[in-house]
Design a protein around this ligand. Structure first.
Ligand SMILES: O=P(O)(O)OC[C@H]1O[C@H](OP(=O)(O)OP(=O)(O)O)[C@H](O)[C@@H]1O
Ligand SMILES: O=c1cc[nH]c(=O)[nH]1
Ligand SMILES: [Mg+2]
Length: 212
């Protein structure tokens, strides 16, 4: 498994405001949207392309277009929805599938309550959106679902990652021959006893959409 921590002053600045407990929900949403566009730039470095030619007003130029089938973007509800617009702004031809998953706050295990994905993902590049990679249980289950349907490779975009979550993904997918990449704005220190990322930013879903 490959991890890429995006090292850029704009990312660091936006993330700092996002972490701040005083940041209100409208600002949090705007910053999450802006951050994912910056992460997406890095995450799509290996997106498949095909060579094309195009007529400029002067001559024929060689260029590229995104290859078919289009990539599939999968936000994990709820909090991943806050990253969808920023991602599709950069990848407008991508298709979008949805996974509803919730972590049981007692056992810290992930449960899937909604699945809306193409049945056949053979050869598809998939981009999973979830702001928080904590124990990694949610992301591991989501990635497994995509591989079970034939996905070629999976790149996860996370605003924050914990070492425990990265280790869990590494253990789960090592030796499967299926490429998994994580692109994140920061690698934080550790998880607390409740499984929250420290220093983190709290509950991303609640900060985006309110406590339910
Ligand atoms: O790595 P893990 O330990 O599995 O935890 C991370 C998951 O927890 C959060 O979702 P949550 O269950 O709070 O659902 P929500 O998005 O509806 O708030 C977060 O958005 C991830 O999906
Ligand atoms: O720190 C964390 C851990 C899981 N889910 C969150 O929203 N935040
Ligand atoms: Mg939540």
């Amino acid at each position: 498994m490959e991890t890429h921590v995006v090292d850029h002053p704009l990312v660091a600045h936006k993330l700092t405001v996002l972490r701040d407990v005083r940041t209100d929900s409208p600002t949090f949403r705007r910053l999450a949207d802006e951050l994912v566009t910056l992460l997406a730039y890095e995450a799509t470095r290996d997106v498949r392309i095909t060579d094309v030619t195009v007529e400029t007003p002067l001559a024929t130029a060689r260029g590229v277009r995104l290859a078919r089938p289009a990539p599939l973007v999968v936000p994990i509800l709820r909090a991943g929805l806050g990253m969808l617009d920023g991602m599709t702004r950069l990848l407008p031809t991508a298709e979008v599938g949805f996974l509803g998953m919730i972590r049981d706050e007692g056992t810290l295990t992930a449960q899937t309550y909604a699945t809306r994905l193409p049945e056949d993902l053979s050869g598809r590049q998939c981009y999973v959106l979830d702001p928080m990679l904590a124990t990694g249980g949610t992301l591991a289950a989501a990635i497994q679902l995509l591989f079970d349907r034939g996905a070629q490779d999976v790149t996860a975009l996370c605003l924050l990652a914990a070492p425990e979550g990265l280790a869990h993904l590494d253990k789960t997918f090592a030796g499967t021959g299926k490429p998994v990449r994580v692109v994140t704005a920061a690698l934080d220190s550790h998880l607390n006893e409740q499984g929250f990322i420290v220093p983190g930013l709290g509950d991303a879903g609640d900060r985006l959409y309110g406590v339910v």
